[in-house]
Design a protein around this ligand. Structure first.
Ligand SMILES: [Zn+2]
Length: 377
């Protein structure tokens, strides 16, 4: 496989293009972020935007929140730096690890916020996860569409016109450039969130197994509804320079937020995607389909930030990416499928055949909290 000469992204990465020197478009975008954007100017713009919404109703804005590093930083920043009163909206995807709830208690108490949480029926979610895996090779449809659609629905229902998301999508993918100040809308939802499957399409795929009204949570509100409230959904990452490691330092220091080991990545990245117990399996899915995992993604960020030597990064990728996660056993049990069926669903939806072979795969280590995970299927 061909790799970017600057970071270590392979040609199988989503939306990648190489220039004549073999450098990828995501590295190029990162240069824009570091060199060409006037972040002081952007911050002023942000202050102007939020001043329009402050003190107009019960809440100034909605903060979508999982309890992972990004949403915790987002919430901290919105309260401490912008002085807003948010409604924290949480779409519970059923995958939270025990540490997430422990962290949330600390975060919510220290920041003093109102929290609204919603969970879809597990029976529905289970069918959605399997259908999503079968049709796209990614079982997270309910989570992504749930988080984004449900949050926008709450903005309409509670008449809260400002929604503040975290990072902008240009950070890791290249559908838009870092210079464009994008705002979240239905076109981004369809392009980057719902894996090309809206609620109607999902209803068709499930062939009557789930009723149409059970899918309403996953529907983007209509233009009329959004216009009535005047909903505007911005990304904080477009107005402040997003630096994951510094953000993590802040939430560890200010909120006593704790990290934990995640499957398939080096222990020093104990902050990355700790919020979901299916993360190890999800990263393994990506590895089966594309030949790279989450360690690759993490070292690329550090290389682009000038914090990691490319050769060291490559060795980390070799050591950690592509291990069969121990949690896969529980996953297969939950969905009552065999490992062959699981792999075939992924290989059938893969866009590139890079030569995955289970014989070459080693098993990863068990996580410290795995014994506490929910095992009800
Ligand atoms: Zn690159």
């Amino acid at each position: 496989m061909k790799y970017c000469k600057k970071c270590v992204l392979p040609e199988s990465h989503e939306s990648i293009v190489f220039d004549e020197d073999g450098v990828c478009n995501i590295c190029k975008q990162s240069e824009v972020k570091h060199e060409r954007i006037d972040w002081n100017e952007r911050r002023k713009t942000l202050d102007n935007i939020v001043s329009f919404y402050r003190d107009k109703g019960q809440y100034d804005c909605i903060v979508p929140y999982s309890g992972g590093k990004d949403s915790v930083y987002q919430l901290w920043f919105i309260i401490k730096e912008l002085g807003l009163k948010p409604l924290v909206v949480r779409y519970n995807h059923w995958g939270y690890r025990p540490i997430v709830e422990k962290n949330n208690n600390k975060v919510f108490k220290k920041l003093g916020v109102d929290v609204l949480e919603f969970r879809s029926s597990w029976k529905v979610v289970k069918m959605l996860m399997l259908a999503s895996l079968q049709n796209t090779g990614d079982f997270c449809w309910h989570c992504h569409t749930g988080v984004f659609a449900h949050t926008m629905q709450i903005a309409v229902i509670h008449d809260i016109p400002l929604v503040i998301w975290g990072e902008s999508s240009s950070e890791y993918r290249s559908y838009r450039t870092a210079e464009e100040v994008e705002e979240f809308d239905e076109s981004i939802f369809n392009q980057a969130v719902n894996l090309g499957i809206n609620a109607d399409k999902m209803f068709e795929l499930l062939k009557g197994e789930v009723s149409r009204r059970d899918l309403e949570t996953f529907e983007f509100p209509s233009k009329e509804e959004l216009q009535r409230v005047g909903v505007r959904a911005i990304y904080l990452g477009n107005y402040i320079k997003w630096h994951t490691k510094k953000n993590v330092e802040t939430i560890k220091r200010e909120l006593n937020w704790e990290g934990i080991q995640v499957e398939g990545i080096p222990p020093e990245y104990d902050y990355e995607k700790i919020e979901c117990r299916w993360q190890g399996v999800r990263d393994y899915c990506k590895y089966i389909k594309r030949g790279h995992g989450r360690t690759n993604h993490l070292v690329c960020i550090d290389i682009r930030n000038g914090e990691l030597d490319r050769e060291v990064g490559l060795r980390m990728v070799e050591k950690y990416d592509g291990k069969r996660p121990t949690s896969l056993d529980g996953f297969l049990r939950t969905f009552d499928i065999t490992e062959d069926e699981f792999e075939n669903m992924l290989l059938d939806t893969a866009v590139i055949n890079w030569g995955f072979d289970r014989k070459d795969i080693k098993t990863g280590e068990e996580l410290p909290d795995m014994k506490l995970w929910d095992t009800v299927v």
